[in-house]
Design a protein around this ligand. Structure first.
Ligand SMILES: [Zn+2]
Ligand SMILES: [Zn+2]
Length: 266
């Protein structure tokens, strides 16, 4: 079973799941290792509190890692909500805490959450999608404090028509620029399976973007469910194993102490 490199627990503002329940679900599936990545979106306007209480988080995870060490190898990560103006803040944060792995996700556009239908009112869906990719490009260019970019085309989960009119081709120039920047910086992307659960029939990013990333020389790829409940741990991992093989990947990536480890995909 591929290791789950993106899941949340009660340390995230949008999950009530106990850490041990997530680990037990992974063990039941036969997973040998996984990486917890709770949310930390600093300086945003949100009704949900996405600020991670990092000291207790690190302490609790280190304790549980020890407790579970004979059953599963827990790596300790974080999902940072990227924003260009937080450059110095992120640097200090990652100097201070010994994370194994950092996902950099674009969740907010101009400090506002586009994951609500109200965000799209009075806007053209294609314009919001483009603006989301522009924001992502600004983030990946300006910032270095991440290992992989989370759920690259995540915005297509939230438009009124979701991904009905969306394709890699329609945004290929900006997506290519994002992918090239990530590759040049020695960073990676993730394949996030939540889109498959949420009924859009694709992981994030989509097949064509994953394939393009590989064509451009992209090698670092982690796999994550983005589970907020135990039932979603490892969801659709066999489907994405096949998708990644079809895109030309032979390895996937795990991280320890922020250093990538390449493992055979099949
Ligand atoms: Zn996310
Ligand atoms: Zn997440």
């Amino acid at each position: 079973m591929l290791p789950d490199y993106h899941f949340h627990t009660e340390f995230s503002g949008d999950s009530d799941t106990a850490v041990r329940d997530q680990l037990n679900a992974a063990i039941a599936l036969g997973m040998d290792s996984l990486c917890v990545t709770d949310h930390h979106d600093y300086d945003v306007e949100s009704i949900i509190d996405f600020i991670l209480d990092i000291d207790p988080y690190m302490q609790t995870m280190a304790q549980i890692r020890e407790e579970y060490k004979d059953r599963i190898d827990l790596r300790i990560g974080i999902e940072l909500g990227l924003q260009v103006h937080l450059q110095d803040y992120f640097k200090e944060l990652l100097d201070r805490y010994p994370f194994d792995f950092v996902i950099g996700s674009t969740h907010f556009i101009n400090r506002t959450d586009p994951a609500y239908p109200s965000y799209f009112i009075g806007k053209k869906e294609e314009d919001v999608y483009l603006h989301y990719f522009e924001t992502t490009l600004d983030n990946v260019k300006a910032l270095d404090d991440y290992d992989v970019i989370g759920h690259l085309d995540y915005i297509v989960r939230y438009g009124p028509n979701k991904n009905k009119y969306y394709s890699y081709r329609a945004y290929s120039s900006i997506i290519d620029e994002i992918l090239k920047t990530v590759i040049e910086k020695g960073k990676g992307i993730e394949c996030n399976t939540a889109g498959l659960r949420k009924g859009i029939g694709q992981p994030n990013p989509s097949f064509d973007t994953l394939k393009r990333y590989r064509e451009l020389g992209g090698e670092i790829i982690t796999i994550g469910s983005d589970a907020h409940i135990p039932q979603d741990i490892g969801s659709d991992f066999e489907t994405v194993r096949q998708i990644l093989m079809d895109c030309g990947f032979t390895y996937y990536t795990e991280y320890k102490n922020r250093i990538p480890e390449f493992k055979k995909l099949f």
